[in-house]
Design a protein around this ligand. Structure first.
Ligand code: IPE
Ligand code: IPE
Ligand code: MG
Length: 253
């Protein structure tokens, strides 16, 4: 069974969920934020090592101001409400994205929880807020260029300069809400992710469905370009390198 260590979720469908009920989109976000805690707990119980949740994208800044400010308020409320649970469950928490422009009180709450959980060894929980995958890659390239001028960058260098390198590559990306796209989420880390799209809108998503998805995907064969299951992408890449070397030696001799 393929081990799923890092799960990433695009929590989509809040607005449509509310519209179907003749309520404002904002109501969908309020109901959606109530689901987050249940899924975090479930991920922890299922033994998942890292969970990254897409809460607000760089593109979401273009939404009506009232909606944007509701999403900010919900983030703060979530942090206030969940802080004790995060600490009690030994969760290691981090927010990734361009968060400098968040309200100062939210920012200091984020920093406080990040610092308090710095040495936790439980679930790696990441909130992607004001996050864009392209922006994350560009930031990493610029950081590398300024510290290593003129040096050619490797894949390992780029991976190590992501916002949260310890979360590693994404094994499974789930998107709720029925759309089948990745909307600028974790572009670098998702190179070999399994993808799962469910029509369930985020406010209706449950720990039960989450568990079923994990079970379903765990039985998929992940080949990483190989012909049969190996121990993972790293093993496959190493074998590819040695095969390539032997092959080229053969044709050149
Ligand atoms: C996801 O739900 C939450 C955010 C993007 C912040 P949406 O607000 O995108 O809901 P739909 O996709 O319009 O239904
Ligand atoms: C992606 O959902 C972002 C989040 C869930 C935070 P969107 O609803 O913003 O994405 P698009 O517009 O359908 O691509
Ligand atoms: Mg959406």
């Amino acid at each position: 069974m393929a081990q799923i260590k890092h799960v990433a979720i695009i929590m989509d469908g809040n607005g449509r969920w509310a519209n179907q009920r003749f309520r404002p989109r904002i109501w969908g976000h309020v109901r959606g934020s109530a689901v987050v805690s249940e899924i975090v707990q479930s991920a922890d119980e299922l033994g998942i090592k890292a969970l990254t949740l897409y809460a607000f994208s760089t593109e979401n800044w273009s939404r009506p101001l009232e909606e944007v400010s509701t999403l900010f308020k919900l983030l703060k409320k979530f942090l206030q409400k969940e802080k004790q649970k995060i600490l009690a469950n030994n969760i290691k928490f981090k927010v990734i994205g361009d968060i400098q422009n968040l309200p100062v009180d939210t920012l200091s709450l984020i920093k406080e929880i990040e610092e308090l959980t710095e040495n936790s060894n439980g679930l790696n929980l990441t909130f992607a807020f004001s996050y864009g995958g392209r922006a994350e890659i560009l930031r990493a390239i610029n950081l590398f260029q300024s510290s290593h001028p003129g040096v050619e960058m490797t894949e390992a260098d780029l991976s190590s300069l992501m916002y949260r390198p310890e979360a590693g590559d994404v094994d499974l990306m789930i998107r709720t809400g029925g759309d089948q796209r990745i909307s600028n989420f974790l572009l670098w880390q998702m190179a070999y992710a399994e993808l799962y799209f469910t029509p369930t809108k985020w406010p209706d998503f449950t720990a039960g469905e989450f568990k079923k998805i994990i079970q379903n995907v765990s039985s998929r064969e992940r080949r990483f370009g190989n012909v049969s299951v190996q121990n993972g992408l790293v093993d496959s890449v190493e074998r590819a390198e040695s095969n390539k070397a032997s092959f080229l030696k053969g044709i050149n001799s």
